[in-house]
Design a protein around this ligand. Structure first.
Ligand SMILES: Nc1ncnc2c1ncn2[C@@H]1O[C@H](COP(=O)(O)OP(=O)(O)OP(=O)(O)O)[C@@H](O)[C@H]1O
Ligand SMILES: [Zn+2]
Length: 772
């Protein structure tokens, strides 16, 4: 870099790469800087190649006249290039590519007398000083100081404001002035030597054009150049970066390393190439970095926008923080009381809650108060959740679901905060239903336990929230529990969960309804009688019945059937009751025969005993822990059982062992009757100790038989033994009487494995079974 003085700060602004580019493609140079292409073709201040200018002369002329140079408001001093008069006359095209070269012979520098150094920022310099400085820095440059009479004055402002302001952008004019185009053979060596005398790089700053931008853009050429030079500030920064040191260090390097003349060319070319490559690489890296940053920035903006605008995202965000989880209601329009079967009483009780939610005024006008909380009590899977959903669905209000275990947190305050959130949301959306499943896990008795250190806090919060709103505010809390006795007393006192609705296991009618409901959702044989399945599924909950139908549908699909038949329903019922079939188990014929006679023994007793339950099915297919079984179906759910019915049950149980004994002899009886004896003994014991059905022990209950006197204990045992023995004898009598039927049934079982009620009847009536 050249430096004239402290007051005049020259700038070297052209990177070496531009220079090399210019050299390698002198006729059509295009320099690309961050996407802005500056083509030399556009420049007009050019010289015909055959008239090589002498930069030394031009510069010395210029400097010699600095003191008188006048710069008008639009006139810019930019080395000799800027001062052009009569361009049309003195310029000619060097070739068809419109590379215009300056002919110094025909150009003149215009030195208007009114110009002063202040405008150029050189006010503190005197002419002598400038001469001295130039002579020192550029020895020989000003040797022909006398101005050629052939030079005239010209004024041309730069092509753009940017150039006007910063100057030195047009490297090409410099290159052209250096006779590069005419002397390709001098190549890099000449460029490098010219570098030392690169006057165009020396620029004094200190004035600004006051011309308005619009006026400056009047001429088409100016506008064109403007568009070229309108570059983002980083481009300007890039252009203005100091590259002079490259040149300087190259010269210094050559001097210090004493590189011989002959090798200087190669050295410089290598230097230039390396420089170019490095610059291209840097440029590339910068570009990709800039692009990546831009993409990241856009993504960040989009993300922030999404989080702010999209409630779903924000809810998710809040939820994932864990401590302040938000609660979303569910509209339960699709669930109504129609969907809940077999719990008519519970539905009736809840109907008034639906009315209240639909029309709260109706209740408040009369001054009535509805309970704030309703407690649904019942075994698992009986439809408590379904009922609560149906209440919300019937009333068409939001339904907030929460499971008690969600509030059971190890961290202090989290459970309480969740309860607060739940109630706040619900109150804001009243009328609505809050359903808290497994209420016992949040509202259990407030015991200090290391497992639930903050449960007390959570219950207190729940109590506070329940007290915190008025009965007719429109928020109904429905809690569900399998263990009402485990609930904290404070929770079930009036004013909180003061209405209790029992949701029991469905009776045979309820089970039939539930089975029909779920059968209607699948393809099923119309001959199916759901009542038969309902009768055989005593104690099944709604959820279990739904599962039964589903399993039957799966079985039908596996077997390639088009629809579900009774067989699949029976199959899935047995599977649920007794475990899956064990078809793979290899049972020898002897054991199969014993099992067939044993099961037939049960069936014969059941069939020929008046008070026994009707037979539903007999099978010798191993299932779960059993090798076979006979199932009996009560016609209805039995609320009470008579003495005769209990004795009949005992007789049926005895039928298996009696059959073994009669058919195979006392020595061949098996262990297979143990569960039958268990069953019979339980019935006999209850008859004696609970039901007052023993004449000897009277109408008295004996709960803890271990604490009874030895006499009483032996009397009880005696009575039980008599009952069992009598039962055994009755069974023996029946089987002896119906030995033929017994044999037929056993053989039919050995043939068909499973027989249903109708088939059993056919066999026992001595008819032939249809071949299956
Ligand atoms: N009475 C019923 N009518 C129709 N479907 C029922 C009935 N009871 C249960 N179900 C079916 O069983 C599923 C489970 O029932 P639900 O969750 O309501 O039982 P729950 O009593 O709340 O059980 P838990 O006490 O285990 O929470 C229901 O989604 C429904 O499909
Ligand atoms: Zn048995």
């Amino acid at each position: 870099m050249f430096s004239l003085s402290n007051t005049v700060q020259p700038q070297v602004t052209i990177p070496l790469s531009h220079l090399i580019n210019a050299f390698h493609s002198p006729k059509n140079i295009s320099v690309s800087v961050s996407g802005v292409s500056v083509s030399q073709n556009q420049h007009r201040d050019v010289v015909p190649e055959h008239e090589a200018p002498s930069s030394e002369c031009i510069f010395s002329d210029l400097l010699a006249n600095l003191n008188t140079v006048s710069v008008g408001k639009r006139k810019i001093f930019k080395g000799y290039r800027a001062m052009v008069t009569e361009p049309e006359k003195r310029m000619k095209k060097s070739d068809t590519t419109e590379n215009w070269h300056i002919c110094p012979e025909s150009f003149s520098l215009s030195i208007p007398p009114s110009l002063n150094l202040k405008d150029l920022g050189l006010s503190e310099l005197k002419i002598g000083q400038i001469d001295q400085l130039v002579e020192n820095l550029l020895p020989g440059l000003c040797k022909g100081k006398n101005i050629s009479s052939r030079w005239h004055t010209s004024h041309v402002s730069a092509q753009s404001f940017f150039e006007n302001k910063y100057g030195n952008l047009d490297i090409f004019s410099t290159l052209r002035s250096s006779c590069l185009y005419g002397h390709h053979s001098r190549a890099l060596q000449s460029i490098c030597s010219d570098l030392r005398y690169w006057p165009v790089f020396i620029q004094s700053r200190g004035f600004k054009t006051l011309k308005s931008r619009t006026r400056r853009l009047q001429s088409t050429s100016e506008r064109l150049a403007e568009t070229q030079n309108i570059a983002p500030s980083f481009v300007k920064g890039f252009l203005l970066r100091d590259r002079g040191s490259d040149v300087e260090s190259l010269d210094k390097l050559m001097k210090t390393k004493n590189i011989p003349e002959a090798h200087q060319d190669a050295f410089k070319t290598g230097f230039a190439e390396g420089f170019l490559k490095a610059q291209a690489l840097t440029q590339k890296t910068n570009d990709s970095l800039r692009r990546t940053r831009l993409i990241l920035f856009i993504l960040l903006l989009l993300g922030i926008y999404g989080l702010l605008k999209n409630p779903f995202l924000s809810v998710r965000f809040r939820t994932t923080t864990g401590l302040d989880s938000a609660v979303d209601p569910v509209q339960m329009k699709n669930v109504t009381f129609e969907h809940v079967k077999g719990v008519e009483e519970a539905k009736q009780e809840l109907q008034e809650v639906v009315e209240f939610l639909k029309n709260p005024q109706k209740f408040t006008v009369l001054g009535g108060k509805l309970p704030k909380g309703i407690l649904l009590v019942g075994p698992p899977g009986t439809g408590k959740t379904l009922l609560a959903r149906a209440v919300a669905g019937e009333a068409d209000v939001p339904f907030y679901y929460a499971s008690g275990s969600e509030f059971d947190e190890m961290f202090v305050g989290v459970g309480a905060s969740r309860i607060r959130n739940l109630f706040r949301e619900a109150k804001a959306n009243a009328p609505c239903v809050i359903f808290i499943d497994e209420l016992d896990s949040v509202g259990g008795k407030r015991i200090e336990s290391p497992m639930h250190p903050y449960s007390r806090q959570t219950i207190n919060q729940l109590l506070a929230e329940m007290d915190g709103f008025k009965p007719n505010e429109g928020v109904i809390i429905i809690g569900a529990t399998n263990f009402p006795e485990a609930l904290d007393n404070a929770l079930i006192r009036p004013g909180r969960f003061d209405m209790q609705v029992t949701v029991p296991r469905p009776d045979v009618k309820g089970r039939t309804e539930i089975l029909k409901w779920y059968l209607n959702k699948i393809k099923f044989d119309q001959s199916i009688d759901p009542e038969i399945i309902a009768r055989g599924t005593v104690g099944f909950s709604g959820a279990e019945l739904e599962n039964l139908v589903n399993q039957a549908a799966l079985k039908a699909a596996v077997d390639g059937k088009e629809m579900v038949t009774m067989k699949e329903l029976e199959f899935s019922k047995d599977k649920i009751l007794m475990g899956p079939e064990r078809r793979s188990v290899e049972i020898d014929n002897k054991n199969k025969t014993i099992t067939a006679y044993h099961e037939s023994g049960h069936a014969i007793i059941a069939y020929y005993t008046k008070d026994a339950m009707p037979i539903n099915k007999a099978t010798i297919m191993p299932r779960g822990p059993t090798l076979g079984h006979v199932s009996l179906l009560p016609e209805n759910d039995r609320w009470n059982e008579t003495r005769a019915q209990l004795l009949a049950q005992m007789d049926v149980s005895m039928g298996g062992r009696v059959a073994e004994e009669l058919i195979f002899g006392t020595d061949h009886i098996t262990t297979g009757a143990s569960s039958d004896f268990d069953n019979a003994t339980k019935i006999a014991k209850r008859m004696v100790t609970k039901f007052g059905m023993s004449e000897k022990l009277g109408v008295m209950t004996y709960s803890d038989t271990g604490k009874l006197s030895p006499e009483t204990q032996s009397a009880i045992e005696q009575e039980i033994r008599i009952l069992l023995r009598d039962s055994y004898e009755r069974a023996k009598h029946i089987l002896k009487t119906h030995a033929k039927e017994h044999k037929n049934l056993a053989e039919a079982l050995l043939t068909y494995e499973t027989l249903d009620a109708k088939e059993i009847q056919i066999v026992l009536e001595g008819k032939k079974l249809e071949v299956r």
